[in-house]
Design a protein around this ligand. Structure first.
Ligand code: GFB
Length: 396
């Protein structure tokens, strides 16, 4: 019979230490770039806990949920647990908040037979929130609104005997009240996306965002591509994000960067998504207006659709397509990041209305120091004017 590691049993090398572990998981259908935003809410919580350290209960490490079975990605082996270090620079993340990879957590508590999480809280919205318009910050253990199935990160041997549903409205940082009342060694918050940002767009938000530097191998692939095909070399950023200074003078490489979200957006957002003809027109007009002769297109469109998009653009077009060996190594997430890096270094960027993929590119360009006019642009349904993205400018 299996045995599990409990708070009382000193079954791992670090189990006797004062470290506590905060785990979180996100609603399965959520995509890569919303998950990056949820990470920020919890990294800021971990950062603030560390700053306010008063008692020994306040000793949390935030465990990074592996990238398992994302709805939009293809996985070869099932199930696959991709650690954060494959996409991000762990050292940079750790300079902001005390985060660790899931495998480091497993090592620390020695889960030879599996892990039983001491306390699990499944976050849910208050049932009456929209009816009564009560948007005050509050939290309360309530009946689960939906049947809940334990399936943490697609690990069969991560379970819990102590699961409660927590109706919640407020920023993730308010959860510190709950965490510091408990003395559990391991706490998992599921449906973490229910908790909001503490202060969206303030200095701490941007520090956290700046700490999310990409994995260095991916940065190198993107730089090689820009040098080889787009006549673009690197923009200066200091080695350490903490040394970055405000600037607005970045010019970017001599190309237009485009992010075109297609696939499920064609169904879910048909009233906003432009036709192929309209896209061709808008790209051509922009290239002429900006006096640029090449465009880099990041898109989730398939090859046929991509060919239809570029066939009537009378300028040089580029798309990043890795060979099969590279794709196997960097996965769909790596390709997405390389697309984002290349778009974020363009002289001018135009993205897709309300796509979090485009939002992350805009943030990257804010960090790089581009003038906002060259960043906060999106395609219109027709080749006319339409609402443009909110300008969430960087704060230092
Ligand atoms: C309709 C909603 O859309 C939301 O997507 P949205 O905000 O665009 O932003 P993402 O969640 O990042 O987009 C979903 C996935 O599509 C792929 N993708 C999109 N655009 C590109 C691109 O230009 N290049 C590459 N390489 N990959 C791309 C990528 O795998 C990304 O993780 C989802 O998060 C929600 O779950 C929901 O599906």
């Amino acid at each position: 019979s299996q045995d599990y590691c409990h708070i009382d049993s000193d079954c791992g090398p670090n189990y006797g230490s004062k470290d506590r572990y905060l785990l979180y998981d996100v609603n399965p259908p959520e995509g890569f770039n919303l998950r990056r935003d949820v990470y920020m809410r919890f990294a800021i919580l971990a950062y603030k806990l560390k700053q306010s350290k008063k008692d020994e209960l306040n000793n949390f490490k935030l465990v990074l949920p592996p990238w398992s079975r994302l709805f939009h990605w293809k996985y070869n082996a099932e199930p696959e647990h991709i650690p954060w270090g494959r996409f991000f620079d762990l050292e940079s993340l750790k300079r902001f908040a005390p985060v660790i990879e899931m495998y480091e957590f497993f090592d620390a508590i020695n889960q030879t037979y599996g892990v039983k999480i001491d306390e699990v809280y499944v976050l849910q919205h208050f049932k009456d929130m929209f009816e009564t318009g009560n948007f005050k910050d509050r939290m309360q253990i309530e009946q689960c609104a939906q049947k809940y199935q334990i399936n943490y990160f697609f690990y069969k041997n991560v379970t819990s005997n102590n699961v409660k549903c927590l109706s919640y409205h407020g920023p993730a940082t308010k959860l510190s009240q709950l965490l510091l009342k408990s003395s559990a060694k391991t706490i998992l918050l599921d449906h973490a996306e229910v908790a909001l940002h503490d202060m969206f767009g303030d200095r701490t938000y941007w520090q956290c965002r700046r700490s999310m530097r990409f994995n260095k191998d991916l940065q190198k692939i993107a730089l090689d591509f820009r040098q080889k095909y787009l006549n673009s070399s690197d923009e200066f950023l200091p080695e350490n994000w903490e040394d970055e200074k405000p600037k607005r003078s970045t010019k970017g490489g001599p190309y237009l960067g485009v992010h075109l979200r297609r696939r499920d957006f064609l169904r879910g957002r048909a009233h906003q998504v432009p036709s192929i003809n309209s896209i061709t027109q808008q790209i051509t007009n922009l290239l002429e207006k900006l006096n640029l002769s090449q465009v880099f297109i990041a898109t989730d469109a398939d090859e046929d659709e991509y060919r239809d998009i570029i066939k009537n653009i009378p300028f040089k077009t580029q798309r990043y397509t890795p060979d099969s060996e590279t794709r196997e190594k960097i996965k769909d997430g790596g390709v997405a990041i390389i697309d984002q890096i290349i778009c974020s270094h363009a002289r001018y960027f135009i993205g897709t209305y309300e796509s979090t993929f485009s939002f992350r590119i805009q943030e990257e360009r804010e960090i790089l120091g581009f003038p906002p006019d060259t960043t906060f642009n999106c395609f219109c349904k027709e080749n006319t004017e339409c609402p443009q993205p909110t300008r969430w400018k960087i704060v230092y």
